[in-house]
Design a protein around this ligand. Structure first.
Ligand code: SAM
Length: 236
């Protein structure tokens, strides 16, 4: 059982409303996550209050940065055990969510959890740099991603999926501003523009940096490049 009031209060602190019905669904998700984690290595965070703050509330910080219209399409790149995707879907079941990851066993859990929660989402087993050259290119209103790669590389994974005028919300840790300084050229090359950024401190005391990057021009077709090129010559 999670402390639902802790979730409601932590989210209220950064301006996101969680009602008691939504909190019930988070409770079920926590049970599924903690149970499956005994057999699958999904997360190192298993203590219920930590799950609430470091996974659930942290994922929902995106809603304090991006105002997602009803029914908008959202892709979560490198979702792992479903973060931030599943919390966003629990809070906003109206969104058309795709959760992408290159690790199949984590996605098996994500599909299972979505079904158990009575929700619906697309779950996609792929590498971001390959799917970014598929028909999914420039087809999402929003992209989100947490704990996947340094921002300069992450932009090459994520911006190709975003429609013109759509937004990529990068969810970074305490070093977000430094990463942003290193990613300035990469953002411009990929057709993006930083429109907003902020630092939040959650009740665990750690800083989170949220960065909104708007797609202001089409991403040149050569991006994303194959993985070997991205790691050999990351955009700066
Ligand atoms: N976003 C989740 C979270 O915050 O808990 C998972 C973070 S985990 C540290 C990084 C995830 O990104 C892993 O599940 C990994 O498989 C995935 N990943 C890394 N590079 C990727 C790529 N190029 N394409 C797709 N998934 C990738």
């Amino acid at each position: 059982m999670i402390d639902k009031n802790l979730l409601i209060k932590t989210c209220a602190d950064f301006g996101v409303d969680v009602n008691s019905e939504t909190a019930e669904r988070f409770d079920l998700f926590a049970q599924l996550l903690i149970e499956k984690n005994k057999v699958l290595n999904l997360t190192a965070i298993t203590e219920p209050d930590e799950v609430v703050v470091k996974h659930f509330a942290d994922s929902l910080t995106a809603l304090s940065m991006i105002d997602i219209p009803k029914g908008a399409s959202v892709i979560d790149i490198g979702t792992g055990g479903g973060f931030p995707g599943i919390p966003l879907l629990i809070a906003r079941p109206d969104i058309k969510l795709t959760m992408l990851d290159s690790t199949r066993k984590k996605l098996d859990f994500v599909s299972f959890a979505v079904e158990e929660l009575g929700l619906s989402a697309n779950v996609l087993h792929a590498r971001a740099e390959e799917a970014g050259q598929s028909e999914l290119r420039e087809s999402f209103d929003f992209a989100v991603s947490r704990a996947v790669a340094a921002l300069n590389v992450l932009c090459e994974y994520c911006l190709p999926f975003v429609k013109l005028n759509g937004t990529f919300c990068a969810m970074k840790g305490s070093k977000g501003k430094e990463e942003l300084a290193d990613a300035k050229g990469s953002i411009v090359t990929l057709g993006g523009k930083v429109t907003d950024s902020k630092i939040l401190t959650l009740s665990d005391g750690a800083d989170r940096t949220l960065i909104n990057i708007k797609k202001i021009s089409h991403t040149p077709t050569k991006y994303p490049r194959p993985s070997a090129q991205i790691s050999k010559k990351p955009l700066k």
